[in-house]
Design a binder for this molecule. Sequence first.
Ligand code: NDP
Length: 434
Amino acid sequence: KERNPHESEFHQAVKEIFLSLVPVFAKHPIYMKNGILQRLVEPERMINFRVSWVDDLGNVQVNRGFRVQFNSAIGPFKGGLRFHPTVNSSIIKFLGFEQIFKNSLTGQPIGGGKGGSDFDPKGKSDSEIMRFCQSFMSELSRYIGPDTDVPAGDIGVGAREIGYLFGQYKKMQGSYHAGVLTGKGLSYGGSLARTEATGYGTVYFVEEMLKDKGLQFHGSTVVVSGSGNVSIYAMEKAKQLGAKVVACSDSNGYIYDEKGLNLDTIRQLKEVGRKRLSEYVHSHPDAEYNEGSYGIWSVPCDIALPCATQNEIDEEAAKLLIKNNVKAVGEGANMPSTLEAIDVFLNHGILFGPAKAANAGGVAVSALEMAQNSARMPWTFEEVDAKLQAIMKNIYKNSVEAADEYGEPGNLVVGANIAGFLKVADAMLTQGIL
Ligand code: NDP
């Protein structure tokens, strides 16, 4: 905390991991030596840069850009870009730190990184978004490459932004490097099933948790926060598996319909129209819209999938979910539950799928996109989806086994953290003090 004052989200992420590792240090003191922990929390490189651009009225706007290249022990830096006004170095470092262990868990050869800007895409015209992305990439391009650092999307960065970023990178390099970004459009090197991967993967992971207890999505009531990329495909897969999705949210409020939400309308509003969820009730008058996104946790459900943003479930919300008989929580977003909320879930025996494990499907398919780009050979949707399912099952199995081995059976927070850590730490030990 002294070295990194004012970085509360980063401290929270480090605390969660390091507390989980205590049984590892007791069993294998080697991981306490060689400065492994001190090196893990210090990014290999942290880049801050100015992003200036001209808005539609001819005014100069200045934003701040970030890229943290946290750890490359097991592969090139890999992690998304977030464009949101709340972005600062603490947010980027917490996300980059988490990404190290998540990427390790996928079994793919990718290190941990993250980036973004405090730019707010809301209300900006298409040309403003393009000019911003071009300016952002003009600087970022110096530090990335298919074998160095491969960014992708995150909050506020979807297919449109990745397209503009890719175009600018190509122009600046004067040559075509398909593997420099993932989440690309299908016409220029994207992978089928990447758009769906994080949401689908979260549901596949929760399905494994449920199966172990003789439960299933079929016939369950599900609440999903957010209505962006992760949420929409988590809702889609949950519905395909026979669940009823009764509520979702955006940053202004949430919609609720006990008979189940209409996903086509949500997609039309959010993916196509870039509109507010409040408009949902115009075409579905039986549904209700409530101001304030936090209220979504008061909706009774069997399964809760927080898929919006960090710290959206606090202790109080966790208790409310339990009071309303929630059975399983799967984190589609990064760090959506506070440390206190996680304790409440674990102490009440709720099946809890932590973000690092449950939402790793997105970056796993990004790694598959890199593989397809290197081989110059696209795979079918079914092939990628089958690999995604296998990866999610494997992450679940490895997390369960690590939790068992280190004396915390059923605790997937500890299991995922340990399984992710061991591979990275072993690679760091083998490569010497760097
Ligand atoms: P999007 O930008 O596509 O969607 C984010 C959604 O969350 C939007 O509906 C947004 O609402 C909503 N939201 C933002 N802030 C809040 C808030 N405070 N309360 C309620 N809703 C809010 O982002 P993604 O779906 O890509 O990302 C969501 C989460 O998943 C993030 O934590 C991200 O880091 C994580 N993640 C994403 C991956 C991916 O592949 N995209 C991979 C792994 C993790 P509004 O429309 O009002 O902005």
